[in-house]
Design a protein around this ligand. Sequence first.
Ligand code: B1M
Length: 213
Amino acid sequence: MAILQELADALVAGNANKVKELTEKALADGMSAGQIIKEGLIPGMAVVGERFKKNEIYVPEVLIAARAMQAGLGIVKPLLTEAEAAERLGTVCIGTVKGDLHDIGKNLVAMMLEGAGFEVIDLGVDVAPEKFVEAVKEHNANYVALSALLTTTMVNMKETIQALTDAGLRDSVKVLVGGAPVTQAFADDIGADGYAPDSGTAVDVAKKLIGAA
Ligand code: B1M
């Protein structure tokens, strides 16, 4: 539908006002919240993710596009029916690990996952392993996404995985890790399910982990 393509294009251009206006128009035209997310906002954010991955655009452009996405999502999210909400790809509890205050990369990953159709619970920075455990229980999450920017805090990813295991939750969640000092070898070593070097790839990896890609 032309209006949904226009919506996706406005998101890619980072035009929050246009996204808001087109989202309201699509609703007034009788489209459902789920359709607007699936056929307008998500495809737009997918283009942004791809361009970011290929270094065609950089962090500021992604943040501007994400703000535009939020402008649309804020309108339609409360209108999702139960069935539409259940169609979302899964619930992710994301946070920067204990002792670490860096959140720019984590925020990008959170926005990309939300833009791809995941329900994202952002726990913020300096998140203790117990807090991840509580959040997984509270939100019945399918994923835990851990970010670390310091070599001194990467170890807390392992602590978090151990806390999930101790709480009997390890088999019910997939753990995705990333951040500048993190590597695939480190992820394998600590028993994470997935590693992504950037926020665009994080979406691909998260989808693969549940067989949706
Ligand atoms: Co800090 N800092 N910092 N810092 N900081 C680094 C990380 C550092 C490399 C700088 C340096 O020395 N060259 C260095 C770490 C050295 C190391 O451990 N190897 C460092 C240090 C040492 C420190 C302090 C200890 C400094 C001090 O106080 N002496 C201190 C620690 C505070 C703490 O956390 N306890 C500190 C503080 C800070 C600020 C608060 C000033 C600020 C953070 C502000 C904020 O985040 N709100 C800051 C910043 C900005 C940086 C640099 C300059 C930039 C980080 C950033 O935001 N990059 C950084 C140097 C650098 O990277 N050039 C540095 C942009 C962002 C988009 O990239 O976060 O890597 P990034 O995210 C990427 C990927 O890594 C990936 O996707 C993103 C892109 O798509 N990714 C994931 C991230 N998380 C992911 C999760 C995933 C998947 C992918 O799955 C779940």
